[in-house]
Each structure stands twice: as C-alpha cells, then as structure tokens.
Ligand binder design. Structure first.
Ligand code: SF4
Length: 195
C-alpha cells in the first residue's frame, strides 16, 4: 500500500474515534481534550503527572492545558498534590470519579467492539506496526516518546525488583506499565504500544 492510501485510513479511524469521544463528553460538559488529559494522567507515572508533561504529551498550548486542568479539577476528576521533596512541583492525581469516568467512556465502546472482532493476533500485529509508525512520526517531530516504562533503555530489572537507571529510584510492577515523560526507547518496541 502506498502512502496516499495509508494516510486516509489512519485519519478516518482518528476522526471516527474523536466523534465518539465528543459525544461521550458532551453529556458531561467535557471536550475531547479534557478526556485526553484525564486519560494521560491515569496512565502516566510519578515523574510525568505535571502540567508541563500534559502540555508536552498533548502538544497543546500552555493556556489550553491550564484551562483543561482547571475544568478537570473543578469537576473533581483530578486533585493537585504538592511534591514531598520539592514544594514548587504539583502532581495531578486522578480521583476515584475520574477513573470511573474513564472506565465508562474511554476508549469508546465502539473501539472495544471493533478491536475484539479483530482477534488477539491481529491486535498485536497492529500494535507493533502502529508503535513503529508513531515512533517515526515522533522522531520526525523531535517529540518525546512517552512510552511504557518497561520498554525504556533506563529500565532495570533484577528478577521481580525494578528500578529506574535515570533517577535510581525503585519502581513497582505497576510503575513498569505506566508511561513516562523521560522514556527513552529501548529494545522492547513491541511492548510500547500503550503510549
Ligand atoms: S526507566 Fe525510563 S520510563 Fe521508567 S521511570 Fe525511568 S526514565 Fe521513566
């Protein structure tokens, strides 16, 4: 398939999914960007749950992200927590109602159903190919990868114990599955697809 045919396919998928997300958010007074930011904060690790990281991830302006976070905080989907070691840093934590909201509408049910019909083998193949495409686009755009921790070149594993080679801090199993602002692609490209 040549590029001229591949691009409309990806764009069409994106448009269909955005339409569903817009519909889901409308009932709650939320725009797609609010749900995108909430989803990011639910999946990122403790190094990445700041306003600046949300701005990087969404590729949006600081003003848009600031307004987005205000809406999420006002509706009690997130709360701000001051960093224990640096009082200048605020972490953005997703509340119980924020997680419940995401469970109800993100990703859209239409996506779940279509994905289930594809089957696991096709899903895995697609995840690998889309991850490669995403990495190429990020490389061209010189943007951060925001990949899953366990696929990072700084990720260190000693059997069941993990730590980060960049910060030297311990990581839990749950941490290893989260996405990170400092992610540097390693060798487990196929494991990165949650980004
Ligand atoms: S190992 Fe990489 S992805 Fe994981 S916390 Fe460290 S820098 Fe982030």
């Amino acid at each position: 398939m040549d590029n001229a045919n591949l691009y409309p396919l990806i764009e069409r998928i994106g448009n269909l999914l955005r339409t569903q997300i817009r519909k889901a958010g409308n009932d709650l007074g939320l725009q797609p960007v609010h749900l995108q930011a909430l989803d990011y904060l639910a999946r990122c690790n403790r190094y990445s749950d700041t306003s600046a990281a949300v701005t990087d991830y969404l590729g949006a302006t600081k003003g848009t992200v600031s307004q987005t976070l205000k809406v999420l905080e006002r509706k009690a989907y997130i709360t701000k927590v001051i960093d224990a070691g640096d009082k200048r840093v605020q972490h953005l934590k997703v509340s119980k109602s924020g997680h419940e909201l995401l469970s109800a509408c993100w990703p859209p049910s239409m996506f779940h159903e279509a994905s289930e019909r594809l089957g696991e083998t096709d899903r895995n193949q697609m995840a690998e190919l889309l991850t490669r495409m995403l990495r190429e686009l990020q490389r061209a755009n010189q943007s951060r990868t925001f990949g899953v921790c366990k696929s990072c070149s700084f990720f260190r594993s000693d059997g069941s114990r993990y730590h980060c080679g960049l910060t030297t801090e311990r990581l839990s199993l749950a941490d290893s599955e989260k996405i990170c602002r400092e992610h540097t692609p390693g060798t487990l490209a196929a494991a990165e697809f949650a980004a």
